[in-house]
Design a protein around this ligand. Structure first.
Ligand SMILES: *[C@@H]1O[C@H](CO)[C@@H](O)[C@H](O)[C@H]1NC(C)=O
Ligand SMILES: *[C@@H]1O[C@H](CO)[C@@H](O)[C@H](O)[C@H]1NC(C)=O
Ligand SMILES: *[C@@H]1O[C@H](CO)[C@@H](O)[C@H](O)[C@H]1NC(C)=O
Ligand SMILES: *[C@@H]1O[C@H](CO)[C@@H](O)[C@H](O)[C@H]1NC(C)=O
Ligand SMILES: *[C@@H]1O[C@H](CO)[C@@H](O)[C@H](O)[C@H]1NC(C)=O
Ligand SMILES: *[C@@H]1O[C@H](CO)[C@@H](O)[C@H](O)[C@H]1NC(C)=O
Ligand SMILES: *[C@@H]1O[C@H](CO)[C@@H](O)[C@H](O)[C@H]1NC(C)=O
Ligand SMILES: *[C@@H]1O[C@H](CO)[C@@H](O)[C@H](O)[C@H]1NC(C)=O
Length: 674
């Protein structure tokens, strides 16, 4: 690989003329290998995608993965679920306990299959956020203590993908945005090799801090670590890298980037970093968190996906601008192509903006992507973007070497308009003649232009999806239409894991499955309870009825709860306000709080007779400032709720780690039925 990176020192640009001339040539060697552009399904960001109506679901997957259609993504990075909150929800582990192994949970398997179905060449990259608690050593809260056991756990997931879905995993990471552990990295590489998984490359460290390439100095002085790390992945590098990173000779990736609200500025951010990660940082893969915003709108990091699909009950979705910004590169390149060297096809434009050129291994194909995103229209969520100016400019691309004989190129253009004029995305502007090896272009501010010899580009489209609608009420769920182990639709688990299980004569139930605190990724789990949420953040007057049961064994939870107006999710779920009705069926007690952490007391008392390990019916009803609740039809309280408790999701869960079953959920406006 080093052999390919023999770019000679770039010469200075010719003096500023009317139109600036940029050389595109391979005579001085090629730049780095291009590893692709990807999206991440992680942090429960695909939660609501899986239950879209079949037609719209297929359409959405086409926009993301189908070659020559939309984003045509080249890498899919997924979370290895760890039973813990990972930003917008919890993703289930394939091993809740050491004895457990299950490859049917959650939606990542399904998503990988759908991506591969559309594009068999797409690369798969897997990374854990949380880990199930059994991998922890008392008091340590990290997965590194038993390095070989944790490596074995990760390898089981990789083997499961192969065995159950025929998916070959290409890359695996360490522990998302946590410190890496040298021994674990080396152990993981060794155990992968022992398992015959030589082709699975280790990406490290998916570093926690902006512009943190800190593993690189470590790699330089530690040959054993250097051998174990195949690729260095940094998050939100701000298009920059370090000298040490270059010196490692490793491939450098923005293994998580973007994370910006997906309006036109989000599109601008994405277009700018896709080019400039290479131009400024020698970075050869850029992966967006997240792939698709398919989580409830008010969960953290609203709409920070390449497109939006957050109301499955309506079928509505939006193909946002980042999809087309991606297409400008992905539709005209393949992983394994090479960038051209800085100064010979890649660099900054004199009037602001940047350009990169890529060529196929046989050098028969050439793709040049130019972007002129202005500062204010291309800021990403992080890091801060220093001021710069962009002006209209004329450019001349001068093709040399293997490209000198190209007689014409296809032109694809996007123009992002921030006033009242309408934007244009990924328009085919036909062919442009190359005259004397030169292509002349006029570039406006906030444009992306692709010049390419590839003729298969296509702006795919499906019919307009149905209009957006509110979450439907009344809502009924008895879990009978699910296959075992599935995660119920629309229930967004925030801590703990809720799965459908068959329960003899009773039929299917929804069961909380996490028995001990996971090795958590963020502080959501610190209350030691499991909660799943459903509905809409706008719900204010609302009533819920649920059947709940504790199993009669020592792994049962201590009790369960029902909640309304739950106003926070994600890592911040532990500070949620709302009305929380906690019930202990064994001691036949209840307590009502205005906060999930039980700091705002509202009421408590005896429930009257309950089935300690049988089914009980709970209900909670809120109207304006009043809340009442009952167990088995007996009203227990009727209280005023605190003023700040005004609206939010319906929630339910267990009051401790442990099993509990839920069934026959009914949600409606108060008074209409209840
Ligand atoms: C992990 O390593 C320990 C100590 O070296 C060993 O006792 C144990 O059997 C290993 N476990 C696995 C799963 O390889
Ligand atoms: C890294 O990028 C710089 C420009 O920022 C360029 O001059 C250099 O050749 C690149 N090095 C490698 C090894 O890609
Ligand atoms: C951008 O242009 C404005 C107006 O001409 C000027 O004041 C400012 O200094 C420029 N900023 C940079 C970073 O060049
Ligand atoms: C360009 O075309 C000419 C004439 O067909 C040929 O002699 C020359 O080798 C070609 N150059 C390249 C770089 O392909
Ligand atoms: C957009 O149109 C509205 C209504 O015609 C007008 O008031 C506003 O000034 C326009 N904005 C820009 C940026 O042109
Ligand atoms: C305890 O109950 C749960 C839920 O019904 C069940 O899955 C589990 O197997 C039981 N455990 C034992 C040890 O019986
Ligand atoms: C709940 O309290 C309010 C205010 O005191 C009262 O109007 C209402 O009748 C009460 N409901 C019940 C069922 O007691
Ligand atoms: C509980 O409150 C709801 C909403 O105010 C009301 O419709 C319902 O009648 C109340 N239930 C009881 C038993 O008071």
């Amino acid at each position: 690989m080093l052999g390919l990176m023999i770019c000679l020192v770039a010469f200075a640009h010719s003096p500023r003329a009317e139109a600036e001339i940029y050389i595109v040539a391979d005579g001085n060697g090629l730049g780095r290998l291009f590893d692709g552009i990807g999206g991440m399904s992680a942090g429960a960001t695909s939660k609501l995608l899986v239950n879209y109506p079949d037609t719209q679901r297929r359409e959405i997957l086409d926009y993301l993965f189908k070659p020559n259609f939309g984003a045509s993504l080249q890498i899919l990075k997924v979370e290895i679920g760890g039973d813990g909150q990972s930003t917008d929800g919890t993703e289930s582990s394939h091993m809740h306990s050491p004895e457990d192994e299950n490859y049917r949970r959650g939606y990542e398997w399904w998503l990988m299959v759908e991506a591969k179905k559309r594009n068999p060449a797409i690369k798969i990259y897997a990374l854990p956020w949380a880990f199930p608690g059994w991998l922890n050593k008392e008091g340590q809260r990290n997965p590194y203590t038993y390095a070989n056991v944790t490596a074995g756990y990760v390898i089981k997931w990789i083997q499961g993908a192969q065995t159950h879905y025929g998916i070959s995993v290409d890359y695996v990471g360490i522990w998302n945005e946590k410190v890496y552990d040298r021994n674990y990295v080396i152990t993981l590489r060794r155990e992968l090799d022992c398992a015959g998984l030589h082709h699975v490359l280790v990406v490290a460290p998916d570093a926690p801090l902006i512009n943190d390439w800190k593993i690189c100095p470590d790699i330089l002085k530690d040959p054993e670590l250097a051998k174990a790390v195949n690729i260095v992945g940094c998050h939100y590098p701000g298009t920059l890298t370090t000298t040490a990173a270059i010196e490692t000779g490793k491939r450098l990736w923005a293994s998580e980037d973007y994370s910006t609200f997906n309006d036109l500025s989000g599109g601008g951010c994405w277009a700018r970093i896709l080019n400039q990660n290479y131009v400024n940082g020698n970075i050869t893969a850029t992966i967006a968190w997240n792939l698709i915003a398919s989580y409830y709108d008010t969960l953290p990091y609203t709409r920070e996906g390449l497109m939006t699909a957050e109301t499955p009950w309506s079928g509505h979705y939006v193909v946002e601008s980042p999809i087309w910004m991606t297409a400008h590169t992905t539709q005209f390149t393949e992983t394994g192509w090479s960038y051209l060297c800085h100064g010979y096809g890649s660099g900054h434009l004199a009037g602001g903006g940047s350009y990169v050129s890529l060529t196929s291994p046989d050098r028969n194909q050439l793709t040049i992507v130019l972007e002129t995103m202005s500062h204010d229209h291309s800021q990403c969520i992080r890091p801060p973007l220093p001021e710069y100016n962009v002006t209209k400019q004329d450019v001349i691309m001068q093709l040399k070497g293997n490209f000198a004989n190209i007689s014409s190129l296809q032109v694809w253009r996007s123009t992002l308009r921030f006033g009242n004029a309408s934007s244009e995305f990924f328009q085919n502007r036909g062919e442009i003649k190359v005259v004397d090896g030169q292509v002349k272009l006029k570039l406006d501010v906030d444009e992306v232009v692709t010049l390419t010899s590839v003729t298969t580009g296509n702006k795919g489209s499906h019919p307009d999806p149905p209009p957006d609608t509110e979450f439907p009420l009344p809502y009924k769920e008895d879990f009978e239409n699910y296959v075992e182990d599935m995660e119920p639709y629309n229930f967004a688990q925030q801590t703990g894991v809720f799965e459908v299980h068959a329960d003899g004569n009773h039929g299917n139930v929804m069961r909380q499955m996490v028995l001990q605190i996971p090795i958590y990724w963020c502080s959501a789990e610190k209350l030691n309870l499991a909660i799943t949420m459903i509905g809409s953040e706008t719900w204010s007057d609302i009533a819920i009825i649920v059947d709940a049961r504790l199993p009669s064994n020592t792994s049962a939870a201590e009790g369960y709860f029902l909640a309304a107006r739950v106003n926070q999710g994600g890592c911040w779920v532990y500070q949620s306000r709302g009305v929380f009705m906690f019930v202990d069926p064994v001691r036949e007690m209840f307590a009502v709080y205005g906060s999930i952490d039980k700091t705002v007391f509202l009421a408590e008392g005896s429930t009257g007779a309950m089935a300690s390990h049988g089914w009980n019916t709970l209900s909670l009803s809120l109207k304006s400032t009043w809340a009442n609740g009952s167990v088995n039809g007996r009203m227990l309280f009727n209280v005023t709720v605190p003023e700040e408790t005004s609206n939010g999701f319906v929630g339910l869960g267990t009051t401790s780690w442990g099993y509990a079953d839920f069934d026959n959920i009914y949600i409606d406006n108060p008074g209409s039925h209840l």
